[in-house]
Ligand binder design. Structure first.
Ligand code: NAP
Ligand code: 8YV
Length: 318
């Protein structure tokens, strides 16, 4: 059987490679010594791309693949792919929704508790010997019975809301539209922040949410407020966040995503009231395996009948 040419952008697991190997002839973009020459010579050979939420489909790849039919992306967020342009070209874009909801919601809880209960400095106090020399670590703020605002009440946002119930939270949210849920809706991010003590961003990235969390929103959150970002770095104005933290306009932050990944501003790294994780919200063996299996399943289904299991909304009509 003739294998179908597949262009791989970013890394994949051995399990994914093994599952695809019988049907696809995989070339790895980042292995090519001269990317431009490679794309010019071979771009037209690829009907299929396997990528991830970080790299998406870069402009040079898009321009060099006139026969592209399917893009299967490892991750639910697809702001690095121009899905409207793909749909206009008849290209099916698939992503990995739902299988990571629990993991990302858990990461929100992890960051929230770590910031509020000062896990990192408290651990440092214990292991440095300061407990013996300086005495007890100061008291911290409870996460019980807080007003929590969720920016983006989609698949993951709703899972976060479920987690928050276990902490007795009063749940608020902002999204494009009001939902039929027993939580308080706010028409703007600033209104949501003003009503809350904890604010979590879990919208998609892209132009419509760029800097949704800005100086005004952080000021509204207030000096006892905690901001958690598990969405995309672009959703928060990082400079405004640094200033808000430096000036005590908010109490702390837990950040899994950044504006210029993998770069993180030194100012954030230096603050004790900030907890940083390197975009690992879905990063467990179990969830990454489920994501990889879905990436593969989308490609296999496309090969079988031209459809994909989990198309992004822009491509569902194709
Ligand atoms: P989803 O089900 O599509 O939910 C997105 C939510 O964001 C919806 O409630 C939507 O509002 C809201 N929204 C979209 N654009 C908005 C705007 N301009 N203003 C206000 N609200 C807006 O997506 P999901 O599966 O929950 O995933 C959300 C995002 O999480 C992903 O796109 C990705 O960027 C991020 N993520 C990050 C990680 C990580 O590793 N840190 C892992 C997974 C996902 P409506 O409901 O009103 O349309
Ligand atoms: C992935 C993510 O780590 O699903 C998403 O949107 O941000 C993460 O789960 C990322 O897409 C892989 O690059």
């Amino acid at each position: 059987m003739t294998k179908v040419k597949l262009l791989q952008i970013g890394g994949i697991t051995e399990r994914m490679r093994a599952a695809l190997a019988d049907q696809f002839d995989i070339d790895i973009l980042f292995d090519q010594p001269d990317r431009a020459a490679f794309l010019a010579a071979h771009g037209a050979d690829y009907p299929a791309i396997l990528t991830n939420g970080h790299y998406g489909v870069p402009e040079d790849v898009d321009a060099a693949t006139p026969n592209l039919k399917v893009v299967s992306s490892y991750g639910v967020g697809y702001d690095a792919i121009d899905a409207d342009a793909c749909a206009a070209r008849g290209i099916k874009v698939a992503h990995t929704p739902d299988v990571l909801n629990d993991e990302v919601a858990d990461t929100f809880v992890l960051l929230w508790l770590a910031v509020s209960r000062e896990l990192i400095p408290s651990d440092r106090h214990a292991r440095s010997g300061k407990w013996e020399t300086d005495g007890n670590y100061p008291l911290t703020r409870s996460v019980q019975n807080r007003r929590v605002g969720i920016l983006g009440l989609g698949r993951i946002g709703q899972t976060i809301a479920e987690r928050c119930k276990a902490f007795g939270a009063d749940i608020h949210y902002h999204a494009r539209s009001e939902k039929d849920v027993p939580y308080t809706y706010h028409a703007t991010a600033a209104d949501c922040a003003a009503a809350c003590e904890v604010l979590v961003a879990i919208t998609p990235g892209g132009a419509s949410t760029r800097h949704m969390v800005n100086a005004e929103v952080l000021k509204a959150l207030g000096p006892d407020g905690i901001f958690i970002n598990v969405a995309r770095g672009s959703v928060c104005d990082e400079q405004a966040l640094v200033e808000a933290l430096q000036q005590g306009k908010i109490a702390g932050a837990g950040l899994d995503v950044f504006e210029e990944e993998p770069k993180i501003p030194d100012a954030l790294k230096s603050m004790d009231n900030v907890v940083l994780t390197p975009h690992v919200a879905s990063g467990t063996h179990e969830t990454r395996q489920a994501m990889g299996d879905l990436v593969v399943a989308n490609l296999q289904q496309w090969l079988k009948d031209g459809s994909v299991k989990t198309a992004v909304p822009e491509c569902r009509h194709l």
